[in-house]
Design a protein around this ligand. Structure first.
Ligand code: UDP
Length: 234
């Protein structure tokens, strides 16, 4: 089992298990600025795998399809093997991060409505933002875009409430999608590496690392998110 590495990225390794399934292993690494900032944080892989499991199970329970199948071990999840779209889908509730470079908003301001953005996953091109014409060139059809938007908005509504119940504010997050037997599912992970969440207006996510905080502060924040989410789903 797990002999064949399908892909190894900055924070995860995918192994082929059997036809149609993969094992997703979460590493203890954390990176920012396109890999230029790098660190190992013992325990981070386990925490991120647990947060992903909680979130994906919650979404499944509420009718949103994800690639999650089951837990394998501390850092490993069994998932469906998807044919991934080469895009990242960002959804925002609060003006922060790169949105402040596009719109005249105050940092931390609540948005009137969620904002969805598409980016092309390409280190070479620096993950540029895409419009619907660009998406068509990449082979993503109008109906697929509509479905991906709908799933992203539903995910946002479900998770905003879940985070609120956990005493956290869901600022924004990134999703990835793929196809499995002609269905569109959420893939990849959902962890503080890919979402922003605030606890009393202080970040408990990868922004701590981006801001130069040490590994103790980062793992403590990730554990706080896990503890709070565990409490509200159980
Ligand atoms: N994000 C991500 N991967 C990326 C870019 C962004 O997971 O390659 C997440 C990020 O953690 C945040 C959200 O998407 O939760 C919006 O990020 P933003 O566009 O504001 O970019 P940043 O300020 O992180 O450069």
């Amino acid at each position: 089992m797990e002999g064949n590495v399908v892909r190894e990225g900055k924070t995860k390794i995918l192994y082929k298990e059997k036809p149609g399934e993969l094992i997703m292993e979460f590493k203890d690494s954390i990176t920012a600025m396109n890999g230029r900032l790098k660190e190992t944080i013992p325990g981070k892989g386990e925490v991120c795998s647990k947060i992903t499991e909680i979130i994906f199970s919650h979404l499944e329970k509420n009718g949103v399809n994800t690639h999650f199948i089951s837990r394998v071990s501390e850092k490993k999840l069994r998932v469906k093997e998807l044919e991934m779209y080469p895009i990242e889908v960002v959804c925002r509730n609060i003006a922060f991060g790169s949105l402040l470079k596009r719109l005249p908003l105050r940092s931390g301001e609540e948005l009137k409505r969620p904002v969805i953005e598409f980016y092309y996953k390409s280190d070479e091109l620096g993950d540029p933002m895409l419009n619907e014409d660009h998406l068509a060139i990449l082979g993503v059809s109008e109906s697929e875009i509509k479905e991906i938007r709908g799933t992203t908005l539903k995910t946002n509504e479900l998770l905003k409430e879940l985070f609120r119940n956990a005493g956290l504010k869901l600022v924004d997050f990134k999703l990835e999608f793929g196809k499995y037997k002609s269905n569109i599912l959420i893939g990849d992970e959902f962890s503080p590496d890919n979402f922003r969440a605030w606890l009393e207006n202080r970040p408990v996510d990868k922004d701590l690392f981006r801001m130069g905080e040490g590994r103790d502060t980062v793992i403590k924040a990730y554990l706080e998110v896990l503890k709070r989410l565990e409490k509200v789903v159980n």
